[in-house]
Write a new protein. Structure first.
Ligand SMILES: Cc1cc2nc3c(=O)[nH]c(=O)nc-3n(C[C@H](O)[C@H](O)[C@H](O)COP(=O)(O)OP(=O)(O)OC[C@H]3O[C@@H](n4cnc5c(N)ncnc54)[C@H](O)[C@@H]3O)c2cc1C
Length: 473
């Protein structure tokens, strides 16, 4: 049963033990709860799409034995697999309006785990990769909806996990271990689509120090395991209240020196995914700004054209960086491809740091109705409909109803969540700068500077080229 239907998926979420607390109550029936239902419907779309003949080829893959599974579960082996992953995400964006609820962040977690564990195994002689491979096979078999829980609640941000004051559980930690498994306690924050997932991949979120051994853990758990409690909405806090994890689902257990491998590997895949879905969002953003310029009769105005051109630069720059990250992907020693670390971090930083300018341009072109738009229900009310039709259109350019719909979309695109997601989801901007600093080829940059300045360098990039003349005249 490697591909399940949307209906089978909905049934599978009615399992025992799932504890999702939302708006002050335990959700008993996802299908009727106002918030959980939206989440369930959205996640179910991934299953609908995979069996839809229009998307089946793209979204599913035949294994060597002929069995068809969701493409995202297959470990990437080539650059083309990364390119296809981008196509999967952007197609899902176009069809469902989001990057997918069942197989998005969690897949990047799984691939990050694969990459990190193979590095750790090579250096430590451990056998975590075998466990990851078996876990991957299990996910394929149940056609799992999977989330990643990496971001700890963290307490005081500048203290290491074992240095926290008040209590010792600001980072998820191992409270006991036996031959059969470990017991974990702590909480992870902002875990997208956890409530409608079958499985959680749990990773450490930072580099650790010698005192942090108990916090250097990675594992997987079903979301309905005893002690897992989710509190919030679509991206809840996930509490691990002494959850037992069997040993075959433990992927790091105390090797604090390697804890950083997990978030770094995950982030490398996930920042590319972010850039990929962001472009599909930005296409709408640019299109909406142009549409509102048209609906307001502003298309030929100089400052508006300038802003539209900037928006095109922003959107296409984001896409170009995403493409560059896969076209120039890297391979680890086991041959596993991963997005170019430098480019995927530049991509994330580029779109996050420019986001509020993009929002400003959209709002500037649109006007104040982004804040004050009457409700669409007022357009249906016979007492107000005629007034809105008369006053909110723009003569022969567009009617009021279409213009109101465009403004409604602008309201949603500029809501309080969009900017925060852009800045923080997939890691705060400081995290990208840390990665950029860490992986930049400083010696090469310096060699070119030396060469231009006429300073001797033996760096292979410059040692065989003649002195730089133009820069010195
Ligand atoms: C919509 C959304 C969805 C998300 N989905 C997921 C998900 O599915 N799974 C998941 O694991 N995570 C998820 N995240 C979490 C996301 O990765 C984090 O929000 C991000 O890494 C920032 O962490 P934080 O929210 O704890 O903020 P903080 O880390 O507290 O950031 C606040 C500020 O503190 C700075 N800071 C933090 N620590 C330090 C330090 N030690 N030294 C100096 N400065 C520091 C940061 O750079 C930033 O400027 C999601 C976030 C959002 C907003």
């Amino acid at each position: 049963m490697a591909l399940i239907t949307a209906e089978q998926f909905r049934e599978s979420i009615k399992d025992d033990g799932r504890e999702f607390y939302c708006s002050g109550e335990l959700v008993k029936d996802f299908a009727t709860h106002p918030i959980a239902k939206d989440l369930l419907d959205y996640t179910a779309m991934d299953y609908e799409m995979a069996l839809d003949p229009k998307y089946h080829e793209l979204l599913t893959e035949a294994l060597p034995d002929g069995e068809r599974v969701h493409f995202t579960f297959v470990a990437p082996k080539t650059k083309e697999d990364l390119i296809r992953r981008r196509k999967v995400i952007q197609t899902t964006m176009h069809v469902s309006g989001g990057p997918g609820g069942a197989k998005f962040t969690g897949i990047d977690g799984l691939n990050g785990l694969h990459l990190a564990c193979s590095r750790i195994d090579r250096q430590m002689g451990t056998e975590y990769s075998d466990r990851v491979a078996k876990y991957r096979r299990y996910l394929m078999d149940i056609d799992a909806a999977i989330a990643v829980a990496m971001t700890d609640v963290k307490g005081n941000r500048t203290s290491h996990p074992h240095q926290q004051k008040g209590h010792q559980d600001y980072y998820v930690r191992m409270v006991s271990k036996g031959n059969d498994g470990i017991v974990v306690r702590g909480a992870k924050a902002h875990i997208s689509f956890a409530p409608t997932s079958h499985e959680l991949v749990v990773l450490p979120c930072r580099a650790m120090t010698p005192g942090d051994g108990d916090y250097a853990i990675a594992f997987a758990t079903p979301t309905n395991a005893k002690g897992v409690k989710m509190i919030g909405r679509s991206d809840p806090i996930v509490v691990f209240d002494d959850v037992f994890v069997p040993m075959d689902r433990v992927f790091l257990m105390g090797e604090w020196q390697y804890a950083h491998e997990m978030p770094y590997s995950f982030a490398t895949y996930h920042r590319l995914s972010a850039d990929t879905y962001k472009y599909a969002e930005l296409e709408i953003h640019v299109g909406l700004a142009a549409l509102l310029a048209e609906y307001n009769g502003l298309e030929k105005v100089g400052h508006v054209r300038e802003k539209l051109a900037w928006l095109v630069m922003y959107a296409e720059g984001t896409e170009a960086l995403g493409k560059a990250a896969v076209e120039n992907c890297e391979y680890d020693e086991s041959g596993t491809p991963y997005p170019n670390t430098l480019y995927s971090n530049v991509a994330k930083f580029f779109f996050a740091s420019n986001y509020y300018t993009a929002e400003q341009h959209l709002q500037d072109i649109a006007g104040g109705l982004v804040s004050t738009l009457p409700a669409m229900a007022d357009l249906k009310n016979p007492a107000t409909r005629e007034y809105l039709l008369k006053y909110l259109g723009t003569g022969d350019i567009c009617d009021a109803e279409d213009r109101m719909k465009a403004f409604r979309l602008a309201q949603r695109m500029c809501d309080h969540v969009s900017g925060n997601i852009t800045v923080h989801a997939e890691g705060s901007m400081a995290a990208q700068k840390i990665m950029l600093y860490a992986v930049a080829d400083w010696e090469r940059y310096k060699a070119y500077a030396k060469h231009a300045a006429g300073i001797h360098s033996d760096h292979p990039a410059v040692r065989d080229i003649p002195p730089h003349r133009l820069m010195l005249v």
